[in-house]
Design a protein around this ligand. Structure first.
Ligand code: ATP
Ligand code: MG
Length: 419
């Protein structure tokens, strides 16, 4: 039987993993520079956690979850996103009593049963973060600036920031009435999902992938025009803070975000390059979420960046580094005695953190040289009986052909310091 990877999953092979390392390390570095600390959460949770937090009317919960019964008869779900698990952990581990804001970042796999396309998979990765306990717009500006700094430090350009406010339960209730009055005479023109959303969560109609482009939806009343005074002031605060940081944004009243838990600020970073899968990063505020999950009423905000989409974009913009050459030197042995010595030298080099290789396949001298060349190893040293007799070896740079003679007993020190 021939096996292949499951639809929507992919192997990340050695020829691309170093790009992931770069993206992951930079994300952690930028988060650390803002005082965020990493959290690792389980891959699966009880199903109800996602239904409660992500929301019963979101596409993620209604159509995309990997849910199954385990052998103990519990319904569990592979996490479709990170926020629900982080919020659960925040409450469960008593982080609600820590000094605020509590700042956490993560790098996770997520699972959604979706139609495969470029930048859309069934198992994918998210770099994200959550900040708990800060209500003012300062933290909103902070997390947006984290994404901005991350993109800049990675060298990415032309990523557009779009922001919006979707208000609080008070202004949203008011707005929902207005929106329903607007759509009521046209219900039959809308897709099946939107007919259901009309009853359960009218705001989500704005975000519909099927109806979203229709005139009717484009011209619908916009929540941003119906914000209550507090929500309006909060949004104005965010705008002025972004301006003071020099971070450009545009307001997109159609961003309502796919998940039900958002309040007030929502935002997206969208690629302006054609051919990539639009939204690289999405986030927003969720002031009611911790409370609704039986924690103490605590404001929260976060974002998640699609790592695959980020890397596609970074690749298209050609900002990723070359493959690092972890193996720095090849030690080529020309005799059985030399081979023993080379084995010991390699061991000592590795103890000092220097990447090296030796022959383990009984290759001829020529074949060893050929192998080292093929592996693109930057330095080469040949050790045979002559070298053992004189105690001296030449270290050759494969880039410019220069040779440096060193005593064999000093080879490890020399390599640790120079190559
Ligand atoms: P979309 O509208 O593209 O389906 P979404 O609103 O469902 O996105 P979020 O739940 O906000 O996405 O997830 C945050 C980010 O995770 C997205 O902006 C995107 O970059 C990435 N993402 C979401 N779903 C997938 C997927 N199936 N494959 C790869 N990346 C994804
Ligand atoms: Mg989606």
């Amino acid at each position: 039987m021939k096996y292949s990877a499951q639809k929507g999953t992919r192997d990340i092979l050695p020829q691309e993993i170093y790009r992931w390392h770069k993206a992951e390390q930079m994300f952690a570095q930028v988060c650390h520079s803002y005082g965020y600390e990493e959290i690792r959460i389980p891959t699966f949770e009880q199903t109800d956690l996602f239904q409660r937090s992500v929301g019963d009317t979101s596409d993620v919960v209604t159509k995309e979850m990997y849910t199954f019964e385990d052998k103990g008869g519990r319904s569990v779900t592979l996490r479709p996103e990170g926020t629900a698990g982080v919020v659960r952990s925040f409450i469960e581990n008593g982080m609600t009593s820590l000094a605020t804001p509590v700042r956490l970042f993560y790098n996770i796999t997520a699972f959604r049963y979706e139609k495969m396309q470029k930048g859309r998979y069934r198992e994918f990765h998210q770099f994200g973060l959550e900040a708990f306990g800060a209500e003012g717009p300062g933290i909103d500006a902070e997390i947006i600036s984290i994404v901005d700094v991350y993109f800049k430090r990675m060298g990415l350009k032309n990523i557009k920031l779009c922001i919006n406010s979707i208000g609080c339960p008070v202004c949203r209730a008011e707005y929902n009435k207005i929106l329903k009055d607007y759509f009521r005479p046209h219900i039959s023109e809308l897709c099946e999902d939107c007919q259901e959303r009309f009853e359960k969560n009218p705001l989500r109609m704005i975000d519909c992938k099927i109806d979203g482009e229709k005139e009717l939806v484009r011209n619908a009343p916009r929540l941003i025009d119906y914000l209550c005074d507090d929500c309006r002031a909060h949004f104005e605060g965010l705008k002025s803070q972004l301006e003071s940081l020099g971070i450009e944004y545009s307001i997109d009243p159609n961003i309502v975000r796919g998940l039900d838990y958002y309040t007030r600020t929502v935002f997206e970073f969208v690629s302006e390059n054609v051919g990539t899968q639009g939204t690289i990063c999405g986030g927003g505020r969720y002031d009611g979420l911790v409370g609704s999950m039986e924690g103490p009423q605590t404001p929260g905000i976060g974002f998640a960046m699609g790592a695959e989409r980020f890397l596609l974009e970074a690749e298209a913009q050609n900002v990723l580094p070359d493959k690092p050459r972890y193996v720095r030197i090849y030690l080529c042995a020309q005799s059985p005695e030399a081979k023993t010595r080379v084995g010991r030298l390699c061991y000592e080099l590795r103890l000092r953190g220097v990447g090296c290789e030796q022959d383990l396949a009984d290759r001829s001298f020529r074949a060893q040289l050929k192998y080292a060349g093929k592996q693109n190893i930057p330095y080469l040293a040949v050790i045979g009986d002559d070298e053992l007799a004189t105690g001296e070896v030449k270290i050759k740079s494969m880039e410019d052909g220069t040779e440096t003679a060193v005593k064999i007993e000093n080879l490890v020190d020399f390599c640790a310091e120079n190559i």
